[in-house]
Ligand binder design. Sequence first.
Ligand code: ATP
Ligand code: MG
Length: 325
Amino acid sequence: MKSLMEIRDLSVEIGARGRKIRWTSILNHINLSLEQGEVLGLVGESGCGKTMTVLALMGLLPPGGRIAGGSIRFMDRDLSGLSPKELAKIRGKHISMIFQEPMTSLDPLMTIGEQIREILARHEGLKGAANKEKCLHLLQTVHIPEPGKIYHCHPFRLSGGMRQRVMIAMALACEPELIIADEPTTALDVTTQAQILDLFNEIRSRTRMSFIFVTHDLGVIAEIADRTSVMYAGYVVEECSVAALFRSPAHPYTYGLMRSRMGRRNSNRDQLYSIPGSVPAPGNMPGGCPFAPRCQLAAARCSREIPPLAEIHAGHRVRCWRQVI
Ligand SMILES: Nc1ncnc2c1ncn2[C@@H]1O[C@H](COP(=O)(O)OP(=O)(O)OP(=O)(O)O)[C@@H](O)[C@H]1O
Ligand SMILES: [Mg+2]
């Protein structure tokens, strides 16, 4: 398969203003790759750096953020060398993004039809009847009932699930090569969440689009992803196929995530499990492996040296001394 995106050794820092700017590492030597048609799941607890990773990829780091090293290749171009204008062009045409809360991306004052038509006009140059036809077709594609009626509605009239369907229609509008979805189902109830995941699966089976799916939920990963990268405290700590993730998770952190998920599904409250402690804040990282203070398997070396992301089987990499010594 053809590689669509390749992030190598990406490091990102955020600067805090003082007399002198103090830089704090947020992402450390991130490696991610994505092939055409593939769905990559990015998973980890809150604050692990999932959103920062996709924002860096899109050239949308928050103010004060900068790429401190590494490269981002997308469609055979190095994105880290592009100007903001060139990046904006790539985002519009080749990469679309869907966020957790659709209301932050939808304009409350414009109807659904107006918003989708604007995208089609800007990116596809579609006008008049052809534009409206494509807009209605997109609403149908994401299974919005009565698209002709929804077309004239303002976003606040729609349920959360319907709004997320509109966001997906907007993301599909310019037929991008890559859709990045950052926790797109987290704010939805379980039934709606399942329906939206079905919709994503349907879209990917019909198109050759690739997806990066950001979530803190391993259940979502199981439903949707081909491969997964587990993030912890600004590092990728494990990377493998979804089958390998569930069959033989190798990093103690991944194992902990798995165990807490099983505990949630089990009705016996005695079996509820959560990983002790919390994710260290950037700028307050322990020496050595960032997970060592929470790790039951930690040995002396773990709090001294950061392990490399080492391949333990073909296509299965893990950043853990206990797996490689
Ligand atoms: N604008 C910002 N300025 C400074 N630090 C930030 C900013 N946004 C995020 N951070 C920090 O960067 C780190 C990574 O945050 P990020 O939002 O990528 O996490 P996440 O994995 O997406 O978490 P969540 O699951 O809560 O969305 C966190 O420690 C966070 O506090
Ligand atoms: Mg996030």
